[in-house]
Design a protein around this ligand. Structure first.
Ligand code: FAD
Length: 1020
């Protein structure tokens, strides 16, 4: 065999480094001629063809559709002879054969094509072009009985022709064929039992090839054999398993008078000793099928079948009504279930109030809560199926008993409780109940529940348990309300769920029912009745507190804003976003001058006047601080300077002992507390998070007067520009500081303990940014380092560290800036006095920013997560909306951020990795900035843009950028993600030329085209 030729990912553009396989245009084994297009790939610019300039046969392993292959790496092989062709490791879906036909189930569906896993069957005629096999028409079907041949041997068959009917374990169904040809024998005989996948008949291409023969009877392999002697000793046989028996060799029971019965039904009737005249048929035209026989009472009673002694009582007894019989059968079936019971008490008060506020029935709200709790414990919704199968269901269809007019219970099924809104469920339930009372439900409205609820609490019943029946794993019994709550008892099938599952499920259900605001939203304003000094007191005057206070005041609430500084603005204004961007602006000017020459302009080397820059920075901050205070006062917020701490659940003490007039420096609490108490209906904690300094030897010691260690709180006190700096920490703050000072002219070493910078940023973007930063002449970024010691004083500091290989280094710098994160400081707040819980140093809140204490909220850096100003502000608005009784949640999956380096890194929504981790089938598309004309003109060619979209909905769920001006470009991306826009919408929007926003449209069209093509290939 000659060496195969490797078909590689071609470099289809100067800038292309990798490509995404969009489609395979040829299948494995196809003969390839010079110039044939074998595949299409998506490059950084467009979707392009992969041509092959050799003859041969396409061979695997084939790169999978959607996979990203670097330029020069293998896509597939080309071999010289058909015998050398190998299957594809990652073959495209089209190469897998006709899977679709055989994977479907349900009435009237396609007959399965011959599958490799099909049981062995007698060889068909040599000329057979296709084998008609017994299709699997239900999940549980293992064999079928041929009921009729609808086409005769020799008949011409067109696509979609029904050739036969077969009886499955559920009903009589059609066997359709989706091929053309002539029906040929050997034909499975009517009444023959054929295993799923076994041959029933054949198709041949011409009439002359037809064989008119009947098949020899199949070797019978029933899924569930008749019970062996040992198995017969097992006491209770689940009723539902009785059906799965072989009837071959059994003499069929006599036909019923005046009606039809399928042969399989007659066989089962013989086995179960059932008189078919007593059975009603549900097959076409009233024909009795096996399922009818299963549900029927054998002569001598079901008890006799189940092995129970029959009790003779006086009287003949009247025949049961259909409903009574169905109930009786289900109850008998339940005797085969190994069940257990678990009870917990749940207080219904909150849920009743919330249901009332939304005009929903409490029953429906409980059903919805049951479905929501199943997200965590989906097996509560599964069921055991004979033999030894578990049916894993995701749709939660809840059956709930309703008393019918004239007596008896009907159990209508409320469908899709997991996905439908409460309002829609409520509408449906109202209609179901009305018709259930009059017994006007259609069969599919009272059958097939996946979970059941029985509520006897309304009758004052103090405790009961319900009976779980085959088809469900659990039933919930709700008893009457007591001081401890209503007993909720679950009876569950131990083959499907265990005791711990049920206990944890009930715990989760208890939380959802007792705290309905977690999922039903606020049921009105959250300010409790009372004579408070303020409706709401907001603690902390940063972006979180200020936005919250302004929204509340705008809605007429009486609001106090407590802040320990003389002016509002918080860290964002005084020590964070705004001062750092003032420095960034100066650094940008210096950097931009470097590109003047490229445009033919000579303006000389830029120089920095530190004093002037600092004066501008301070002026901007003070002006903005004054403006903010005036606005707060203007909207009638009471601004009170002082450090607040909780006295109890409705009182805060404002300590004014540390007050001073200096807004630039973080305020300190005085050591002689003095001040006043204020009472509140609701409180919002927005106290931020100061810089965190880890216990590196010498770091904390270096923070004091004359020490060489600075943080984002103290870096603003620098009186002159340092020449040499170390920055510890490769997060946003560390990177911004490091590059700003390098642009100012300092030599900067950045040391990061993790193996990458910017943990919150998309990995490829972070990797590229690291390379770009390392290209800056005076900046070095080292990852995976271990800092051992910081020593010395301001102006002469030593930093000892070990690099990724464990080699020791010492660098001498003037200052060390700690960019090692931020952490809330909760000690001074006395949260315990108000009962507010925290976890890992952050206050715990739900998506509405509510703490564990219903009238106390927390927003911004103090709750952890993304510690960004706009995040804090949004959370402030969420808390305000919740207090006002509106429905609003903070959605981290739609949040965004910008890292103000050059180029800037920016993100909104999810990365591909995050989407996949969240279970979303997503795809990404990217473009490098260096193909853009504007980027070339401005010499801003670093970076890329990536769009991530959900393949199913084609909605854009994430956008990631590394680009100059990403802070502006991200604005459009934010609208795409927060507005749930689709690729088509963005692709069809008209973007102005020449701007970099055009790339968004281009990327959206490209990904949309790729998804369309790969879907088409998959469907082939
Ligand atoms: C150098 C740097 C650059 C940054 N750049 C950006 C950026 O570009 N973009 C961005 O989005 N974010 C940036 N941030 C982060 C941003 O500053 C914070 O995420 C944001 O300020 C958090 O807002 P907050 O309202 O939660 O808290 P803060 O802004 O910290 O406000 C809290 C306020 O509460 C006061 N306070 C604390 N305790 C009490 C008490 N008990 N009683 C009364 N008052 C109290 C504090 O003094 C402060 O005034 C940056 C941060 C730093 C350090």
């Amino acid at each position: 065999m000659t060496e195969p030729y490797v078909i590689k990912m071609p470099q289809l553009s100067d800038t292309m480094t990798e490509g995404v396989v969009v489609s395979w245009e040829k299948a494995v084994g196809d003969k390839i001629k010079r110039g044939d297009i074998v595949a299409t790939v998506e490059t950084d610019k467009a979707i392009m063809d992969v041509e092959v300039f050799r003859d041969g046969y396409l061979s695997g392993p084939l790169a999978a559709v959607d996979s990203t292959v670097p330029v020069g790496e293998m896509l597939a092989l080309l071999v010289t002879s058909a015998d050398d062709v190998k299957g594809g490791d990652a073959a495209p879906p089209s190469a897998g054969g006709e899977v679709a036909e055989s994977s479907q189930s349900g009435p009237g569906l396609a007959a399965a094509s011959q599958q490799t896993s099909a049981p062995e069957t007698a060889p068909g005629p040599a000329a057979a072009s296709y084998t008609i096999t017994m299709p699997q028409l239900s999940d549980t079907m293992t064999e079928g009985v041929v009921v009729s041949w609808e086409k005769a041997v020799g008949a011409k068959i067109k696509r979609g022709t029904v050739v036969a009917t077969v009886e499955t374990d559920k009903a009589i169904m059609d066997v359709e064929v989706f091929r053309e040809g002539y029906l040929s024998g050997p034909l499975a005989a009517v009444d023959a039992t054929v295993p799923v996948g076994g041959a029933m008949a054949y198709l041949v291409d011409s009439k002359s090839q037809v064989i008119d023969e009947q098949a020899a009877p199949h070797a019978r392999v029933a899924l569930a054999e008749r019970p062996s002697a040992a198995a017969a000793e097992t006491p209770a046989v689940p009723a539902a398993s009785i059906l799965a028996v072989s009837v071959s060799g059994v003499t069929p029971a006599p036909r019923p008078q005046g009606r039809g019965a399928t042969p399989y039904a007659r066989g089962v009737a013989t086995q179960r000793g059932i008189d078919l005249n007593t059975v009603s048929g549900t097959g076409p035209g009233g024909v009795i099928i096996a399922a009818d026989v299963q549900g029927a009472q054998p002569a001598g009673g079901l008890a006799a079948v189940a092995g129970f002694p029959q009790v003779d009582v006086a009287g003949d007894g009247r025949p049961m009504s259909k409903l009574e019989k169905a109930t009786s059968d289900a109850m008998t079936g339940s005797l085969g279930m190994p069940t257990f019971h678990v009870t917990t008490s749940i207080k219904l008060g909150g849920l009743i109030r919330a249901s009332k506020a939304q005009g929903a029935s409490v029953t429906v709200t409980i059903a919805k809560a049951c479905a929501l709790a199943m997200r965590e414990f989906p097996n509560m919704n599964w069921c055991y199926q004979p033999q030894d199968k578990l049916v894993e269901r995701s749709g939660v269809d809840i059956g709930m008993a309703v008393a019918a007019d004239g007596g008896g219970l009907v159990v209508p099924v409320l469908r899709a409780c997991e996905s439908r809104e409460l309002e829609e469920l409520n509408r449906d339930w109202k209609d179901l109940v009305e018709r259930a009372r009059k017994r006007r439900l259609k069969p599919d409205e009272y059958t097939g529940s996946t979970f059941q609820i029985s509520n006897m609490g309304m009758f004052g019943v103090s405790h009961f348990d319900a009976i779980a029946t085959p088809g469900i794993a659990a039933i919930l019994a709700i008893s009457a309300d007591t001081e401890q709550g209503s007993p909720f008892t679950i009876t569950a099938d131990h083959r499907v769920v265990n005791g711990a599952d049920v206990a944890m499920y009930l715990k989760s259900l208890k939380t959802l029912i007792e705290q309905p605001q977690l999922w039903m939203g606020p049921s009105g304003p959250a300010v409790p009745e009372g004579d408070w000094d303020y409706d709401v007191v907001v603690v902390g005057g940063g972006p979180g507190g200020e936005d919250c206070a302004r929204d509340l005041a705008g809605h007429g609430m009486k609001v106090a804003l407590l802040n320990d500084a003389p002016l509002p603005g918080g860290e964002c204004l005084w020590r964070g976003c705004i001062p750092s961007k003032a420095w960034r602006a100066a650094a940008d000017r210096i950097r931009d001058r470097l590109d003047d020459d490229h445009l033919g302009i000579s303006s000389g080397k830029a120089s920095l006047d530190w004093g002037k820059l600092e004066a501008t920075r301070r002026k901007v901050l003070e002006t903005r601080g004054d403006m903010a205070l005036k606005t707060d006062k203007g909207v009638k917020i009471k601004y009170i300077q002082g450090f607040a701490r909780f006295v109890d659940g409705h009182t805060l003490f404002i300590d004014t002992s540390g007050n001073n007039d200096e807004p630039h420096i973080r305020a300190q609490v005085g050591d002689q507390p003095r001040g006043e108490n204020v009472s509140f209906g609701c409180a919002v904690i927005a106290t931020g998070a100061p810089p965190f300094v880890p216990p590196i030897p010498g770091a904390i010691e270096g923070l004091g007067e004359g020490g060489g260690v600075l943080t984002s709180d103290t870096v603003w006190t620098l009186e002159k520009l340092p020449n040499k700096l170390a920055v510890i920490g490769g997060g946003a703050i560390g990177l911004e500081m490091a590059q700003i000072f390098q642009d100012f002219g300092a030599q900067v070493t950045l040391l990061e303990a993790q193996d990458r910078i910017l943990a919150e940023v998309e990995p490829e973007i972070a990797k590229q940014l690291t390379a770009v930063l390392n290209d800056d002449p005076r900046l070095a970024v080292h990852t995976s380092v271990q800092i051992e010691k910081i020593s010395g004083r301001a102006g002469a500091v030593s930093v000892k560290y070990k690099d990724a290989e464990g080699k020791a280094h010492t660098i001498k710098v003037e200052h060390v800036i700690m960019g090692t994160g931020k952490r809330p400081v909760l000690d001074g707040l006395d949260l315990d006095k108000a009962g507010v819980a925290s976890e890992n140093s952050a206050i715990k809140v739900d998506a509405r920013c509510r703490t564990n204490v219903a009238h106390i909220f927390a927003v911004g850096d103090v709750i952890g997560g993304l510690m960004l100003a706009h995040t804090a502000a949004q959370q402030g608005r969420v808390a305000a909306a919740t207090i006002l009784g509106e429905d609003m949640k903070y959605e981290q999956d739609k949040d965004c951020g910008v890292i103000f380096t050059r180029p800037e890194a920016a993100f909104v929504g999810l990365s591909l990795q995050q989407a996949k981790a969240a279970g979303v089938d997503a795809a990404e598309v990217k473009v490098p900035m260096n193909i853009d004309a504007k980027a070339m003109i401005n010499n801003e060619q670093h970076g890329m843009i990536k769009i991530v979209a959900d393949k199913k909905t084609q909605r854009i769920i994430g956008v990631h950028l590394l680009a100059d001006h990403a802070d502006t470009l991200i604005g459009e991306a934010v609208m795409m993600v927060s507005g749930n826009m689709t690729l088509e919408q963005v692709g069809q929007a008209i973007h102005p030329h020449p701007t970099q926003t055009e790339l968004f449209g281009e990327l959206a069209r490209r990904l949309s085209s790729r998804l369309r093509r790969s879907a088409r290939v998959r469907a082939k």
